[in-house]
Ligand binder design. Structure first.
Ligand SMILES: [Zn+2]
Length: 422
């Protein structure tokens, strides 16, 4: 289930996630020259994957397509429990015991977020823990996973309920222009969340330090300085306590923006591979991908809230009395608002994926130009195959991929290599 605060908390970590399987360089792919054949070099990389590895990776990734549909249906089921089975009316009655109207609204919002979390818990456990265990990607005990999930819940309850209280206050005062004011408030919360995220949220889940001194740190800092990124903006964090995946990310905004690499990346990749990944992450930083994505997300949220306003009012006349909803400004309508947002979120997934994937491709090119390690980058792209389908069809890549596929990335690297002056 999608709830506002989770969305805000998780929305902005532009991440290149790379799992860890040592891959030898394919024979014949390491020399450029007059006869360097980009397609053949790409194919040689793809052929390093065994049929069993490819089948497992395809199964994991294609399972994710279906999960998006199951998550949508599950969220609609939760909305039905609130609206049709009467959980929403019960919550309204419980909240009515509070002495003041704003406290009643806050109690309903808090209760909705809590009960929604409880109802979605079985699916969250399956997606977040069971499935990751099945595919050998998790390093976490169930207890450790649950502890992190409870921290996320606490943040969602505290910040999500007050944000929603503000949104409802705006909607009640501004009538049919409420969606625009709500968008403004959500945009503010989003910007604030991205700004404070690396300083106050990320350290609740992982420990952040500077990269230990040595050639790897020097290589990263050299690229950083050359591209106008301050050296104190590069961090290392202990992702291995949760996952086996290798990753790095860019997070924050303005003064808090930073590049973070995880310890799996440092421990399981060659210095050249680390360099190629960090070149990509510096690309996100230098190309201002976070502010650009924020603008895009705010426009998208605005469009979705405008659409929610329209559909909500159509449904209100017909079902409002039965579902115990008086108006759009009534918090009892939140299960319906969230159900509509979940549907719009589902429908706009290919658009969001394409925006993110386009930025990832830009960062790939920036990384190649900066780290100048096409072979290392291709090897890292192949390692992604552990959890991302390596060679999808073009339409499949457009709809489902929020990063370029392994095939696209290896091809990009080989093309870059072929065009270097000899
Ligand atoms: Zn990236």
């Amino acid at each position: 289930m999608t709830n506002f605060c989770q969305l805000l908390l998780l929305l902005f970590s532009l991440t290149l996630v790379l799992p860890a399987v040592a891959q030898p360089a394919p024979a014949g792919a390491v020399h450029t020259g007059p006869a360097f054949d980009v397609e053949a070099a790409t194919q040689r990389y793809l052929d390093t994957l065994t049929p069993a590895q490819k089948a497992k990776s395809d199964a994991y990734f294609e399972g994710g397509y279906w999960l998006q549909l199951w998550e949508l249906l599950y969220a609609l089921g939760i909305a039905a429990v609130f609206l049709r089975l009467g959980l929403g009316r019960w919550l309204t009655r419980v909240a009515a015991r509070m002495p003041r109207p704003w406290l009643r609204r806050l109690a309903y919002l808090f209760g909705y977020l809590l009960l929604g979390w409880v109802l979605s818990f079985p699916l969250s456990v399956y997606v977040g823990w069971v499935r990751e265990q099945q595919y050998g990607m998790s390093n976490e005990t169930f207890g450790a996973w649950l502890a992190d999930a409870l921290k996320e819940l606490a943040l969602s309850l505290v910040f999500g309920s007050f944000l929603l209280l503000g949104v409802y206050a705006a909607v009640r005062r501004t009538g049919r222009r409420g969606w625009a004011w709500a968008t403004g408030l959500v945009a503010l919360a989003l910007v604030l969340t991205v700004f404070v995220g690396p300083v106050y949220v990320a350290p609740l889940f992982n420990h952040y330090t500077s990269v230990p001194a040595g050639p790897v740190r020097e290589g990263i800092l050299r690229m950083a300085r050359a591209n106008g990124v301050p050296a104190d903006k590069v961090y290392l964090f202990d992702a291995s306590k949760q996952s086996k995946r290798i990753s790095a990310n860019v997070s924050g905004l303005g003064r808090t923006i930073r590049v973070s690499l995880n310890d799996n990346l440092l421990n399981r990749c060659t210095p050249a591979e680390v360099q190629s990944v960090m070149g990509h992450e510096l690309g996100h930083y230098v190309l201002n991908h976070i502010p650009k994505s924020l603008v895009f997300m705010v426009l998208l949220i605005g469009g979705c809230l405008w659409a929610v306003d329209g559909v909500f009012h159509r449904l209100l006349g017909r079902y409002g009395a039965g579902w115990g909803i008086a108006s759009l400004g009534d918090v009892a309508g939140l299960p319906l608002v969230m159900a509509l947002l979940t549907v719009f979120n589902f429908l706009t997934t290919p658009v969001v994926n394409t925006l993110v994937r386009t930025q990832e491709h830009e960062a790939d090119l920036f990384g190649l130009n900066t780290a100048r390690e096409p072979e290392a980058f291709a090897k890292v792209a192949m390692k992604l195959s552990e959890y991302r389908k390596i060679n999808p069809g073009p339409l499949e890549e457009m709809i489902f991929f929020d990063h370029p596929s392994g095939h696209t990335r290896v091809h990009t690297a080989m093309q870059w290599k072929a065009e270097q002056p000899r």
